[in-house]
Design a protein around this ligand. Sequence first.
Ligand code: C2E
Ligand code: MG
Ligand code: MG
Length: 643
Amino acid sequence: MVYNIDFDIAAIGLLLFSLFYLFYKKGIRKGTNSVFLLIVSTSLISAVADIASAISQAVAGQGEILMMDFWNHLFFGVHNLLPFLFVLYVLYVLDIAKNVNKLQFFILSVPVIAELVLLASNPFTRCMFYYDASGAYTRGRLFFVFYIGAIFYTFAAIILSVMFRKLISTNKFISLLFFTVMGIVPVLIQYKFPYVLIDIFCQSLAILNILFSIENKSDIINPNTGVYNRYAFLSAVDSTLKRGECTLLVVKLANVQFYYTTLGVEYVNGVLEEIAQWLDDRHSKLICYDCEQGHFALYGKKISDEEKVKLKTEILDRFHSAWEYKSMGSVFPIEIYDVRPRVDVETMEDLLLILDTPFNDLVSEEGNVTDAVVTHQRRMLVEKVIQEALDKRKFQVWYQPILDSSTGRIVSAEALVRLTDEKLGYISPEEFVPIAEQTGMIVDIGAFVFDEVCNFYKTNNLLDLGIDYIEINLSVVQCMNSRLVDAFDKVLKKHGLEAKHINLEITESAASDSRHTLMETVNALKERGFTFSLDDYGTGYSNISYMYDMPFSIIKLDKTILWSALHPQNGMGDENAMIFLENTIKMMKDMKYKLIAEGIETQEQRNLLQKLKCDFFQGFYFSKPVPGDIYLDMLRKQVAVTD
Ligand code: C2E
Ligand code: MG
Ligand code: MG
């Protein structure tokens, strides 16, 4: 009977293409990749041997039987290696190969070793296959061992893939299963058509599938630097982060954006490629990942502390000298973080924080990242507390009196939000307001404060107590919310309060944010009758055009201006700061703004501001922020004294 070798020829075509693709794409020859290369090469050899043996059988003369015997031995040798290699491949793809100990590896190798030993002895024992009197190939009495081996490895591959299913994507999982299925299908086909050599063809289809799914590097390689990209890093790290048995060094170049604009994209890209390749070659156990923005991760198996120190020194030394590209050299300052999984980072969020925080922004010495992570964890905690406080209405509003400088009477107050948590204690708005702004929770906090203040003003009839208006801090984030004006309207209506009794404080730094939307909201609020103060004047961008455009009636001098001119503790002052304070007050008054000085803590400061004719005073010298009822007591006493 003549064997049909057409499928084998097709298989050779597919396998040659796979080899070409693997080399052409120059993927990174580590772990999975080298085992895969072995699988492709072995399949190719078995296809060639299969064809050669079929041809020799077809022309079976005495000489050819010898030839046929050689090819058959070669064929069974390499062909039976494949299921074993595939299990190895599965171990690498699942990233658990390193956890397999020597004994487990030995057990796994037993069937393949047995097959190879039997095969090697076959020329003498003829227990696997032989040739009958007519010279036809015939199965020997131990041929079934090949089947046992194949079944053993097929089950091992399936069980491993299913057991560790969670460690890989669905795509990878399906590709692995497809490979095992393609090992079983030809057995069924050959049962019906024993002379059609189809199994290597099926295998090459499965190989092709893996090539374009698991081994497809184009979506995990950065095309510019040629090393793995950020996505690859995050997937690689995801499964090992919790186990902690790994090394992670984050290398950050300073301000790559700046280099792009000054040195040009082409040049910087060229240098980054060189840097990435250089980093990738540093240690056989560590792979370099390009995590964008000039941030690289060297990540891989655990290396010793000495090795790590040596590596860090080597990298730092190299970066002291220039990187050359197209005969132009530049020095790139770097910093290296030695990230210890499970110590410095526990969650993916911790890791992203370390990875993405710009150069120099992680407060750390000698590459220790703990500070940054502690800050981050505190932030997450505060975020939770804010949310809880909103749900349970745990925020409070306190009032800090504002006095008229000429009469010394309390004429207003600044409403300041307060938050106390059972576990964390008092949390300053300096800490939680920025967090609430970043998460958008400031909108709800602002709504709460506004409602509280309106209620406070109305129920206690503050107008009768000499209070024309209360000042409320308005975050720019609130102004970006299109529903703010309507929401404020509703609350005013609910309490039967006019908008003129509320003065909204907006900070100066707000100038840089989307000015247009801000202006629209502010103008709409102005139309309703609200008035506005510019808060913290002198700390932000000192943008004069912002001051002109916005309908401010009051300017609040930031306490740092006063303190630089006359410090509350040591009574010292800077001469230029004093000149600045004097002239700012004069200038503002000439421009017809009312002025509030905040942060007055001493009599000297108060006297100075009185002399400079500042309109209003606010500060600990008069009163710290106090709860509403205490503020009311102050007002009532004040009224009583006048009466
Ligand atoms: P701010 O608007 O500049 O408020 C004045 C801050 O200075 C208050 O701090 C106040 O307690 C403090 N202060 C006033 N006089 C003195 C003094 O004599 N000495 C010292 N050392 N400090 C003084 P607080 O309450 O911690 O608020 C900090 C910042 O948090 C506020 O700065 C404001 O920007 C923000 N904030 C407070 N409440 C709210 C709110 O309801 N909404 C929004 N969006 N921000 C708020
Ligand atoms: Mg304020
Ligand atoms: Mg202020």
